[in-house]
Write a protein that binds this ligand. Structure first.
Ligand code: SAM
Length: 481
């Protein structure tokens, strides 16, 4: 399924086809959200032009890069452990250089470079085009750093290389940064203000992916519904745009329609939606185009109005229900998933019960649930005590996860007996004789391989299910094939 944090992917090394002319070796490891994995593809593309091939062997690398995540403390600890490992290797291979990319860059640059001296280079998420200069600096024996956040960098002009791809699904980044200022969240500080990418460059990338055989794309951003192109610049400066810019601006619903129309057989997904920014025209566009997948990742974080307010989520529980009702009215078979944070400062048992009752109302298809982790620099860290004991956070988290498990099973059972279009992504993890793919709702399905192949759209009759997987048999190609 769509994974904000895909644990199986965390720390995976990325590799691409080698260019014989390139003489240096890059080892790049990525952590965190899909945006980070997508960014690593941009970095690899930039460095391929600088003479680097990728390697999966740390001991073989000239340059080791780790694309980092700051969203929770645990993510940072994992990266720190990896940096210790890289330094151990470096002791035997002193010419090897180590660089930190991404969200940990800004906050920890001096610690990494000057105090602990465990890296040679620190590069923030908006500075990847500066990598050729920064690498020259470290080649000449100096430390290098660029963590400047940009007003307009979207990497729209860098064609990302596709790393570790199944050749079927790809990410296409449409916005960078975030303006929401949720009080728990570090993203606005690590990735900067929100800006949107030129729709023309998005369309070109999607068309190119289709021509290369890809069948599904996910439009990526911290808050895709907030997408707004008016000729470039920060979202917050839209007020200052000219009348002409405003009249010709493209919002997210407009972008979805452009992409869906340009490639009518390409499956279109998007992530992440923020309830406060999701408008009816987006749901209408989803209902109108068959190729826009019927699945919305719609994080709510809490079911309590008091906590939503403290989190600066700019909607109430009642408004969220209204949005859910509208989605289900226009797209009855739409799957919905959540992100939930438990144990936010001051959360009472009553607030927690509100979260459970909200989940009971929606009965989400999937969920990603986290215990609150205080992040330096956020408004919650500055203004509130992290006052919920760890055991309480854990117990509430378990209750939320158990309820989600029940709802996921309820939702997968709804598919039983139906015949659904599955896009084949690869061999099932559990059986070489079975394909694994997803339906429009993003639920994983497995079925015997027969004569079908990766990238085929196949109609599959669903006979059994677990809480996470549909099990069925193919009954023929779908009309999309
Ligand atoms: N932009 C999206 C949004 O606002 O809903 C997703 C942002 S984040 C990359 C993914 C998820 O991590 C969030 O939806 C939230 O549930 C979780 N998260 C963010 N900050 C957190 C924190 N300080 N502690 C625990 N979980 C957190």
């Amino acid at each position: 399924m769509e994974k904000i944090i895909d644990e199986s992917q965390q720390g995976s090394t990325l590799s691409l086809e080698n260019n014989e002319k390139n003489g240096r070796k890059l080892y790049i490891e990525s952590y965190g959200c899909q945006m980070n994995f997508s960014d690593s593809e941009i970095v690899a593309s930039i460095l391929a032009k600088e003479g680097f091939n990728t390697t999966q062997d740390l001991n073989d690398a000239d340059l080791v890069l780790v694309n980092t995540c700051s969203i929770r403390e645990k993510a940072e600890q994992t990266v720190r452990k990896r940096l210790e490992k890289f330094n151990a290797v470096k002791r035997t291979r002193p010419n090897m250089k180590v660089g930190v990319l991404g969200c940990m860059a800004e906050r920890l640059k001096s610690k990494f470079l000057e105090e602990e001296k465990i890296v040679d280079m620190v590069v923030g998420p908006d500075a990847y085009k500066d990598l050729p200069n920064l690498i020259q600096e470290i080649d000449e024996g100096r430390n290098a750093v660029n963590v400047i956040l940009s007003k307009d960098e979207t990497y729209g002009d860098v064609a990302p290389v596709r790393l570790n791809t199944n050749g079927v699904s790809a990410f296409v980044s449409i916005t960078r940064g975030c303006d929401n200022m949720c009080t728990f969240c570090v993203v606005p500080f690590t990735r900067g203000r929100e800006r949107s990418r030129d729709p023309q460059s998005i369309l070109e990338e999607v068309n190119d992916l289709w021509d290369r055989g890809f069948k599904e794309i996910t439009l990526l951003g911290q808050n895709v519904d907030s997408y707004l192109w008016y000729g470039g610049g920060l979202k917050k400066d839209f007020d200052k745009a000219t009348d002409m810019q405003k009249a010709t601006s493209v919002n997210f619903a407009g972008l979805l329609e452009l992409v869906a129309h340009a490639q009518p057989k390409m499956r279109i997904r998007f992530s992440t939606s923020n309830p406060q920014d999701m408008t009816l025209d987006v749901i209408e566009a989803m209902a109108k185009y068959r190729n826009i997948c019927k699945y919305i990742h719609l994080p709510v974080q809490s079911g309590s109005n008091r906590i939503l307010k403290a989190m600066n989520r700019l909607h109430t529980r009642e408004e969220y229900f209204e949005l859910i009702d509208n989605i289900k009215k226009l797209i009855p078979d739409c799957a919905i998933s959540q992100d939930m944070i438990t144990g936010f400062p001051t959360e009472t048992e009553e607030d927690h019960q509100d979260t459970l009752s909200l989940m009971e109302y929606v009965k989400y298809d999937f969920g990603f649930m986290f215990a609150y982790s205080e992040r330096p620099g956020t408004l919650a860290e500055r203004k509130m005590d992290d006052d919920i004991p760890e055991e309480t956070k854990k117990r509430r988290l378990t209750e939320i996860i158990d309820l989600q498990q029940k709802h996921s099973h309820y939702r997968t059972q709804e598919h039983l007996g139906k015949t659904e279009e599955i896009l084949i992504e690869g061999t099932s993890k559990k059986s070489d004789a079975h394909w694994m793919g997803r339906n429009s709702q993003n639920t994983v399905a497995v079925f015997p391989k027969e004569h079908y192949k990766v990238g085929d759209f196949v109609n599959v009759k669903i006979n059994e299910c677990t809480s996470a997987t549909l099990i069925g048999e193919a009954v023929g190609y779908s009309e999309n094939n």
